[in-house]
Design a protein around this ligand. Structure first.
Ligand code: MRU
Length: 354
């Protein structure tokens, strides 16, 4: 992705340091964070310095690889203990995004056959690089397939941020939008604000602005209004986990959008790499839903025009809140899954499970 004219990935590793774009600061500041070890990697995922399922997956892969690359000593059995500790810690950072577990498993299985610490270091480095490169390629393919269903002058609604910053590059839901824009299609994007973390107004709008894609940020409650007024031609969202039957866990509010889209006969697409499909969740009921801190709902934060950071309470002092981070959209609301293997229905999705 281009940020201020320069090419970036969301996360990468350099000289044993995991590096990433600090997402809570977007769009007000652009900063790269350095993570020295797997505990810092865990904390960055947990506190959402990095967020979005495929980006979390790549970060987890880099985190496990980092534990191997920076291992001090030559005892392979001690290294195996270190890999176990790092994997366990990172796997507890957030519960819903399937890619987290996929990323950890990918690097772990690549180093399994190592016969020395040096061999493990080489294998871990290569595996983490391959994981990130494959993820970029998968998102690019999602973009190419998704572009085929986007017509001139389409107005597209998206929720949360499923853009380049939610992946390693390109995005999932934003990949078809990017490719359509590169193909000179005139499109317009409605970016749902996505309270409480506001990934839509902060990050999606930032990415669309950087690419010069026409867009408007709308309050979450406005989507139904624009659907009724026939101002939305399609909805494209990403996913944190998709069950074997096609039920979709995605950012809270996705279900409400899908219901409104069906009522208004608007196609509702879910863009996903195969790493987001969970072979062990038979349906959406089996997907764990993260419940985050009450504070995210009770407070908001931002920067004043003069650059001062402000965090303000937006609810009465004694009111508590509930804060589920994701919801489940049953498969019957999904018009199609935009994958790196093509656009499929829930029946065909089963055959793509790896
Ligand atoms: O809580 P977040 O910001 O990690 O949630 C992100 C989402 O819900 C995205 O829509 C999803 O991960 C798809 S990202 C390509």
């Amino acid at each position: 992705m281009k940020i201020n004219g320069k090419d970036y990935r969301t996360v990468w590793i350099k000289d044993g340091i995991v590096k990433m774009i600090n997402q809570p600061l977007i769009p007000h500041k652009f900063e790269i964070v350095d993570l020295k070890n797997y505990i810092e990697v865990h904390d960055a995922i947990k506190t959402m310095i990095v967020r979005g399922a495929p980006a979390i997956g790549a970060t987890a892969a880099y985190g496990v690889a980092q534990a191997v690359i920076n291992f001090d000593g030559e005892d392979i059995s001690k290294l195996k203990g270190q890999i176990k500790k790092a994997s366990e810690k990172i796997s507890h950072a957030r519960p819903t995004a399937q890619d987290l577990f996929h990323g950890i498993k990918y690097v772990k299985s690549a180093v399994k056959s190592a016969n020395s610490v040096e061999d493990a270091r080489k294998k871990a480095k290569k595996a983490a690089k391959n994981y990130a490169d494959e993820s970029v390629l998968a998102c690019k393919k999602i973009g190419e397939f998704g572009n085929n269903i986007i017509k001139q002058n389409d107005k597209i609604l998206t929720h949360c941020n499923a853009g380049a910053l939610a992946t390693v590059d390109y995005g999932t839901a934003l990949a078809p939008i990017r490719i359509a824009h590169y193909n000179k299609k005139k499109i317009f994007v409605f970016a749902d604000e996505t309270r409480p973390r506001s990934q839509g107004s902060r990050i999606t709008a930032f990415e669309l602005g950087q690419e010069g894609i026409d867009h408007a940020v709308i309050a979450d409650n406005a989507a139904g209004y624009f659907m009724q007024k026939k101002e939305i031609d399609m909805v494209i969202v990403g996913a944190d986990r998709v069950a074997v039957n096609g039920d979709v866990a995605n950012k809270i509010g996705t279900y409400k959008l899908a219901v409104a889209a069906k009522e208004n006969k608007i196609p509702f697409y879910v863009a996903i790499p195969l790493s987001t499909i969970d072979p062990e969740s038979i349906n959406g009921k089996q997907i764990p839903i993260e419940e985050r801190s009450q504070e995210e709902v009770l407070y908001s934060y931002g920067w004043t025009d003069s650059g001062e950071f402000l965090r303000v309470r937006i609810a009465p002092e004694k009111s508590p809140s509930r804060n589920p981070a994701f919801d489940i959209t049953p498969k019957k609301f999904v018009s199609g899954y935009i994958t790196p293997e093509g656009i499929v229905n829930s029946e065909k999705l089963k055959y793509l499970i790896r």
